[in-house]
Design a protein around this ligand. Structure first.
Ligand code: ITT
Length: 193
C-alpha cells in the first residue's frame, strides 16, 4: 500500500482524510512519523501555505507527502477569516474563541453567505501537484452540534438547515470542501499508481 505522510498537526483533518481515501493509502501523520514541528503559515493564500507545509516535510524526509490548508471565507466580512481561520481570535486561539469572534463580528451583518475552501499540496517524487475544493453555505446565528471541528458548529452547508457539527461525518464526507479536494487527489493518484 502506498505510504503518504500527511504534513499536518490537525487530527480531525487526518481522520476525515483517512475516511475519504477509504484506506486506499497508508496515511502517516507527523506525530506517527515522529516529526514534531509547527510549520509556519506566513503566506496570504491557502495554496502558498499548503505548499510551504508539504515542502518543509519533503525537505525533511525526502518522502512522498501532502498537506492541506483550509479556511472559511465569509462574504459579509470581505472574505475573513480566510487564510487566518485557525488564528482568527489570536495566535493561541481555540475554536470556541474563533467562533465567538466570528459571531461577534457578524452581529450587524445580514449577508451570512460563506464558503469553506481547501487546497491540497501533494508532493510525489519531488514534484508538486495542487488540488482545490470548496463548499458553500451560511453562518448560523448561534453555534450548535458537537461533531467535527473548527467552524463546523456555525456552518450550515447549502441544501441543509443544520450545521456540519450536527449533520456529522457522513454528510460532511459527502459534500465538504475537503471531500472535493481529496477526490481530485485520489483520481490523480490512481493515474500514477
Ligand atoms: P495544520 O496546518 O497542521 O494542517 P490547522 O488546524 O492549523 O492544521 P489550517 O492552517 O489549514 O489547519 O487552518 C484551518 C482552520 O480553518 C482550522 O483550524 C479550522 O478552524 C478551520 N477549518 C478548516 N477546515 C474546516 C472544517 O472542515 N470544518 C471546520 N473548520 C475548518
Amino acid at each position: 500500500m502506498k505510504q503518504l505522510i500527511f504534513a499536518s498537526n490537525n487530527r480531525h483533518k487526518a481522520d476525515e482524510i483517512r475516511a475519504l481515501l477509504n484506506n486506499r493509502f497508508d496515511i502517516i501523520t507527523l506525530k506517527e512519523a515522529g516529526i514534531e514541528i509547527d510549520i509556519p503559515e506566513p503566506h496570504e493564500t491557502l495554496a502558498k501555505n499548503a505548499s510551504e507545509k508539504s515542502s518543509v516535510i519533503f525537505q525533511l524526509t525526502g518522502k512522498d507527502c501532502f498537506s492541506e490548508d483550509s479556511g472559511l471565507e465569509v462574504e459579509g466580512l470581505n472574505g475573513a477569516p480566510g487564510v487566518k481561520s485557525a488564528r482568527y481570535a489570536g495566535d493561541t486561539s481555540d475554536a470556541t474563541q474563533n467562533n465567538a469572534l466570528l459571531l461577534h463580528n457578524m452581529k450587524n451583518i445580514s449577508n451570512r453567505n460563506a464558503v469553506f475552501k481547501t487546497v491540497i499540496s501533494l508532493i510525489i517524487d519531488g514534484n508538486e501537484y495542487l488540488f482545490e475544493g470548496t463548499c458553500s453555505g451560511k453562518i448560523a446565528l448561534t453555534p450548535s452540534g458537537t461533531g467535527g471541528f473548527g467552524y463546523d458548529p456555525l456552518f450550515i452547508p447549502d441544501g441543509y438547515d443544520q450545521t456540519f457539527a450536527i449533520l456529522g461525518l457522513d454528510v460532511k464526507s459527502a459534500i465538504s470542501h475537503r471531500k472535493k479536494a481529496v477526490d481530485q487527489m485520489n483520481a490523480f493518484l490512481k493515474t500514477i499508481a
